[in-house]
Design a protein around this ligand. Sequence first.
Ligand SMILES: [Zn+2]
Ligand SMILES: [Zn+2]
Length: 468
Amino acid sequence: MPERFQSLRGFHDQLPGRTEHWRRFETLAHALFSLYGFREIRPPHLEPTELFVRSVGELTDIVGKEMFTLKAGDESISLRPEITASVCRAYIQHGLDRRGANRLYYIGPAFRRERPQKGRLRQFHQAGVEVLGESDPEADVEVIVLGARLVERLGIEGFELRVNSLGDAACRPRYREALVAALRDRADRLCEDCRSRIERNPLRVLDCKRDSCQQLLEEVPTGLEFLCQDCERHFERVREGLEQLEVKATVDARLVRGLDYYVRTAFEIATAGLGAQNAVLGGGRYDGLIRDLGGGDVSGLGWACGIERLLLAAALTEHDNPPKLDAFVVTLGPRARERALGLVEGLRARNVATMWDTAGHGLGGQMKRAGRSGAAYAVLIGDDELARGTVTLKDLTTGEQREAPLGLDALAAELTRARGADARASDPRERPLERAGRRATGNRQTPATPPTSGKPRGSARRENDDGQ
Ligand SMILES: [Zn+2]
Ligand SMILES: [Zn+2]
């Protein structure tokens, strides 16, 4: 027997059942992002390695250890470990500002050489938004609120929004100095990783998950104490805007997020019930990134969410809303079979989702398949029916049978009439994603769910890195 192949570790198949959920998520996301004036962009999955070195930062784990990089001739190219850099690259390359496309969103895979034994994915999926060239604090408010609305519409309850300001080029150096000094004094109590971070990347120490480091951090200064007047005013306006829109936010002075390019606003949305790694969405402002990538002096702002985790928090089950077939055609005898080929195709041409058996099963086998298919009706055709110009419709839920005309238009009308109300109710455009059997809470008018208090700080921020 030839060897059977397995998917690579950390690379998962999305199977039927899951894919329908994902599509519902995508439909919801496309619609929501459009409401806020965003347009979709789909950059390629491979980019020059240097793009990520310059944007994400050479000293991050993402670029230092986790990229899938390969040589193509003289070039070094990498599978994107995140998507913001690609969006910014495309924005610059195509002069998207001149085309009035400065609010962009994406939905797609990203790749990191994570440790699969810890259950981490090497291909994971992100949805995210980027706003380029909008420097007002109101832009921050809109972007944060959009994140909160997405989580609400997914029916995720009890989420917490945390915000912070990381300062800018004017005030961060002073904070960095003070932080380094405070950390040096306490170096002997820091973990080994953090000790090596003191000089290289001191802000990352704030992100350390070890309890010992977390306790010690209570003693070191926070960035908020060092904000310059402009940064302070910006942060104040962001908080006011959130309040005005009744989106509850908690200031978390130690929220730094993983990447180097954030300035001023940083934020995260965490959900209860995902254990320590509870952040599902995060982002911030990255003024300066476009310039660093060779573009103009254009401000930037955005967030990303890990779709796998978000759907986990939404607690969707695999059987939530399987797609429905309208009809399964069951044939008895060669003449009926001959007639069925055209009948099935004719029904599909009339937007009736139809299947039949092309594996040569007898009547019993066909009925079994009809039952398993999830179709609303079995359409039975035999010699008797053909002679009368009718079919027998069997309701596969109730078992009731009745005759219906064999004519395509009449039969199509008959088969779609029954589904009418039902189909509208399950149309993803008509309602938010929700838990099976649970009322969805989200809509635009609903204020954000108040956060649960007392979340342990320093909860793992793995997802941040998945964010941006
Ligand atoms: Zn540490
Ligand atoms: Zn500042």
